[in-house]
Ligand binder design. Structure first.
Ligand SMILES: CC(C)(COP(=O)(O)OP(=O)(O)OC[C@H]1O[C@@H](n2cnc3c(N)ncnc32)[C@H](O)[C@@H]1OP(=O)(O)O)[C@@H](O)C(=O)NCCC(=O)NCCS
Length: 171
């Protein structure tokens, strides 16, 4: 999903990615909860704090989701961009829509945003089908803006406005 040149990541790249995440309005790791049977078999279930730590240790990270805005001088616009990526083996199982809906609820209910946008590469057919299903509206296209495997693709721009989210959740 990244438009950056594909090449092995250096420690500096990783540190800079983490710094970018820390600068986001919201950056979360999407995890699968441990199965109930795994929780009850915890060896530390006597002490509440140990039990909690044990549960957390068993969460399985499957992806990342971030909401970023333009920075402090632009807050009055109350708009932000959403991005997410799941590990390959966790795709196609409905986790993405669940995470996006959670993030939209957070954006409009907690962060007071007015608009959440996202950009999707034209070759990403699964994602292009998903966003309208979740209620995102296509705004337009940045034509032939991405080079991928010797072909040019549009970036398709989607967004959801506060009142559209309200309508969706009131159904
Ligand atoms: C896009 C993404 C967040 C969607 O989340 P998800 O949990 O896979 O969403 P769903 O389970 O609803 O599946 C969406 C579609 O992908 C299909 N799919 C099935 N297996 C898949 C796989 N291994 N990989 C990707 N998509 C798959 C689903 O069948 C569904 O297709 P449909 O629209 O024809 O019904 C996730 O696939 C992902 O992280 N992809 C890679 C990174 C990416 O593209 N990020 C978004 C950038 S805009």
């Amino acid at each position: 999903m990244s438009p950056a040149l594909q090449r092995p990541a250096s420690k500096k790249n990783i540190e800079s990615f983490i710094k970018d995440m820390e600068g986001c309005l919201l950056a979360v790791i999407i995890c699968l909860r441990p199965e109930p049977s795994e929780e009850s078999s915890s060896p530390n279930n006597d002490a509440q704090t140990s039990e909690q730590a044990s549960k957390e240790a068993k969460n399985v990270p499957i992806g990342l989701l971030a909401i970023s805005n333009w920075g402090s001088g632009f807050n009055r616009h109350r708009r932000a961009s959403l991005g997410l990526s799941l590990k390959e083996e966790s795709r196609g199982k409905g986790y993405g829509p669940e995470a996006i809906n959670w993030a939209l609820d957070w954006a409009f209910q907690c962060a007071g945003l007015h608009k959440v946008s996202l950009g999707c590469f034209g070759f990403n057919h699964h994602a292009l089908g998903l966003y309208p299903r979740l209620g995102f509206v296509e705004e337009g296209r940045e034509r032939e803006s991405v080079f991928y495997r010797r072909a040019w693709y549009d970036v398709v721009l989607f967004s959801m406005l506060e009142h559209e989210w309200e309508d969706l959740r009131s159904k």
